[in-house]
Write a protein that binds this ligand. Structure first.
Ligand SMILES: Nc1ncnc2c1ncn2[C@@H]1O[C@H](COP(=O)(O)OP(=O)(O)OP(=O)(O)O)[C@@H](O)[C@H]1O
Ligand SMILES: [Mg+2]
Length: 310
């Protein structure tokens, strides 16, 4: 549904996208991850026609996005990161206006507004002026605007920022339903748990390219690190190769149970202060940190020293 090749974009001397490739299939939710300033919003803005690229190619539903945006527009739904609602119009008028722009009119539009308002808990807010909504309510309206017409490809740029617990789970459920009905979704977020909740595939943007791409399980299997964590009464002791944080020491290891056992054997008198041992399985967060170069490298020689003591 979305096919991006060699996409480039610079702002002055800042090269944000440096030959980025990305494919998203119908029915797929693609969790687009990356640090602040990585280029997620730039990518979403270009592929949804809101901003021009410097080079590369984007195909959406088989059409050239740089030439056929008029034909593509009704096939995509976009909830940009920056708010783009009309603050002086009511929520309903905003929905009517955006629905109309995307070719949904009359009774079909009224029905669709009722459905989307129900799905995103906007029903009681329909007559409120959009500018008077709270931050989380505005984000919900924003997402609703993207869902109004039956888009084949949705771009949601951090849709749950400021959302309360219930709104967040409603939104995730709505995205899951859309994907199950065949819609392709590009979902930019910093909340890795949302990607895990939705069973989304993963695309990690780093250094202007997609550094890692795959389904959740394979990305976690390739890069995730399981961790052993020992908690003590009082200050944790210093143990070579282990990170100390107050009452806890922890380390990433391919076999964390073995690392924990070796550490316990090396504790001497501190062993009596041991209160808890936790084995934390590899997660998307640990994989993300490893791919983006923020994970501590496991230190082989320290491991061997603790092993030797055991
Ligand atoms: N219009 C612009 N003019 C100049 N620089 C820009 C512009 N828009 C974005 N940038 C810069 O491009 C880089 C990528 O920004 P972008 O908004 O795409 O990042 P992002 O991954 O969406 O970050 P965040 O997670 O904070 O939303 C940043 O360094 C940003 O400062
Ligand atoms: Mg952004």
């Amino acid at each position: 549904m979305l096919h991006v090749r060699a996409l480039r974009k610079s702002y002055g001397r800042l090269d944000v996208l440096r030959g980025l490739d990305l494919d998203v299939r119908p029915g797929e939710i693609c969790g687009l991850l990356g640090r602040n300033g990585a280029g997620k919003t730039t990518l979403v803005s270009i592929v949804s026609g809101l901003c021009a690229a410097d080079g590369g190619c984007v195909r959406i539903d088989g059409l050239d996005a740089f030439r056929d945006m008029r034909r593509i527009r009704s096939r995509i739904g976009v909830a940009p990161q920056d708010l783009g609602i009309y603050p002086t119009l009511s929520v309903r008028a905003n929905l009517e206006c955006f629905g109309g722009l995307n070719g949904v009119r009359g009774s079909a539009l009224r029905l669709r507004i009722a459905e989307v308002a129900e799905e995103l808990s906007l029903r009681d807010l329909l007559s409120r002026r959009a500018g008077t909504l709270s931050g989380g309510q505005k984000r919900r309206l924003h997402t609703a605007l993207a869902l109004l017409h039956d888009a084949k490809l949705l771009f949601l740029d951090e849709p749950t920022v400021g959302a309360d617990v219930v709104s967040r789970s409603q939104l995730l459920a709505a995205v899951r339903r859309l994907a199950a009905a065949g819609c392709a979704v590009v979902y930019a977020t910093h909340h890795l748990a949302e990607v895990e909740d939705m069973g989304a595939s993963v695309a990690i943007l780093e250094g202007g390219v997609i550094r890692e791409r795959g389904d959740l399980a394979s990305v976690v299997a390739r890069h995730g690190r399981s961790t052993a964590e020992l908690e003590f009464a009082g200050e944790a002791p210093v143990l070579a190769g282990w990170d100390r944080d107050g009452a806890c020491i922890r380390r990433a290891a391919p076999d964390p149970a073995r690392a924990a056992a070796a550490a316990i054997a090396a504790l001497d008198g501190d062993a009596t202060r041991l209160r808890n041992v936790r084995i934390v399985p590899a997660s998307l967060e640990s994989a993300y940190l490893a791919v983006t170069g923020h994970a501590p490298e496991p230190n082989g020689s320290d491991m061997e020293r603790v092993d030797a003591v055991a």
